[in-house]
Design a protein around this ligand. Structure first.
Ligand code: AIR
Length: 400
């Protein structure tokens, strides 16, 4: 009698461009499904390169490196959206299964193309205009009484590539400097918002799609700090509107994999689309512990055209708090901080990315499940702050 050994080559390999935390957590999901995740990383120290044996070192702007990571993979996907579209089109022409496909991904890469396409589709977006000259920005600024946001058309994230000039002089200086550096810009009206929401969806090439509950994202200094799932006090009508919007956009744009639709909820209860991301997204990290199927597993299922998993939440409330690097790294080691955290908050689920501690850098996150938003949020935020600063925000001292 022979024993059949497990043949890993019969299971798919997913190639991911970028070796950051999103690739690292995608790898974690791929392991459970018996798959391999191969990453194109800039450095062996990158979060995903630390954990996968299948690393191609190189740049996401180098077509040869992209080919190397793509060859032999069942699907090529992304941990960030900065790959030049022409390279992706070249890979598709060579037979690579690029998911999301470049003609969809472009709407997550190019904010102007996205704003134009969404407007065509009748999806509400803030008023916007392309900026080819200082005069373009000034005309828009005057029209909107300098309640405006300048954005790089491509490449920005986590507050980078975003400026909020409040006068003609400041705007002119930014526009001049950026245009001289070859950065394309757009300008849009600053929205009078109540809060920010995110509607996440995943879609497969077959066309199956599933949403997670709409979440509230709390931003600090232009960066996501906390996510509350589901968004507290969101009316059923608005939740349905946001989920329907995400499903329709995924279908209309031809997105494949996880997609985040970042939304503004205005003071008068309307929704406007702010940004799109076609990849796992910070606003979906809560689902790693808080949903039947989290976004990383759903992303690999979707890009490989498997049936999607249930997105059902596992608790009435889930809060995710980012561990954001302190202004200077605390003396206490990360390992010791983790010991103390676990001793004090056994319910906290911690995810660390293996990243160096730099101010405001996303180095990990904490998920807490529960029933009461205020209690759960307090615990998650306190835990995250402890992990980055080695300070308990309530003054608690383990040695007293
Ligand atoms: N990322 C990509 N777009 C937005 C985010 N947050 C993730 C990706 C990327 C990593 O952040 O996983 O690789 C880069 O993080 P950092 O801190 O090195 O800039």
């Amino acid at each position: 009698m022979s024993v059949r050994s497990f043949d890993p080559s019969s299971m798919p390999t997913v190639a991911m461009v970028g070796g950051g935390q999103l690739a690292r957590m995608t790898h974690q999901a791929a392991i459970a499904l018996g798959q391999r995740l191969r990453v194109l990383a800039a450095d062996l120290d990158d979060p995903a390169a630390q954990v996968t044996p299948d690393v191609v070192l190189g740049s996401h702007t180098d077509l040869a490196a992209l080919r190397k990571v793509a060859i032999g993979s069942h699907a090529l996907t992304f941990d960030h959206e900065h790959v030049p579209t022409e390279h992706l089109e070249a890979l598709v022409a060579e037979g690579v299964n690029v998911q999301p496909p470049p003609q969809a991904l472009v709407y997550a890469q190019d904010k102007l193309a996205m704003r134009r396409r969404l407007s065509e589709l009748g999806v509400p977006v803030p008023a916007f205009a392309p900026v080819a000259t200082v005069a373009d920005a000034v005309a828009f600024g005057v029209e909107h009484e300098w309640r405006v946001v300048l954005k790089a058309v491509r490449g920005g994230y986590d507050g980078r590539g975003v400026w909020m000039p409040e006068s003609e002089e400041v705007a002119a200086a930014i526009v001049k400097e950026q245009l001289e550096q070859g950065v394309s810009l757009l300008v849009e009206a600053k929205v009078d918002l109540r809060r920010e929401l995110s509607a996440m969806v995943a879609r497969s090439p077959f066309g199956q799609a599933a949403t997670w509950p709409v979440v509230e994202t709390v931003q600090r200094a232009g960066q996501c700090a906390v996510v509350i799932a589901p968004a507290p006090e969101l009316s059923d009508d608005l939740a349905t509107e946001a989920e329907t919007l995400a499903l329709n956009l995924a279908r209309e744009l031809g997105a494949v994999g996880a997609m985040a639709v970042e939304l503004f909820e205005t003071r008068d209860g309307a929704l406007l689309v702010n940004e799109l991301a076609m990849r796992p997204h910070n606003s979906g990290h809560w689902g790693m512990d808080g949903a039947r199927t989290g976004q990383f597993e759903q992303h690999v299922r979707a890009v490989l055209d498997y049936p999607l998993g249930s997105t059902e939440p596992l608790a009435p409330v889930v809060v995710m708090a980012n561990i954001l690097g302190a202004p200077s790294a605390p003396e206490m080691s990360m390992d010791e901080r983790l010991h103390h955290l676990f001793a004090r908050l056994p319910e906290a689920k911690v995810h660390l990315y293996g990243k160096g501690e730099r101010k405001d850098r996303k180095i990990g996150h904490v998920n807490v499940l529960g029933a009461d938003v205020a209690v759960v949020r307090e615990q998650a935020e306190r835990a995250a702050h402890w992990m980055s600063h080695a300070i308990w925000t309530d003054g608690w001292d383990p040695h007293e």
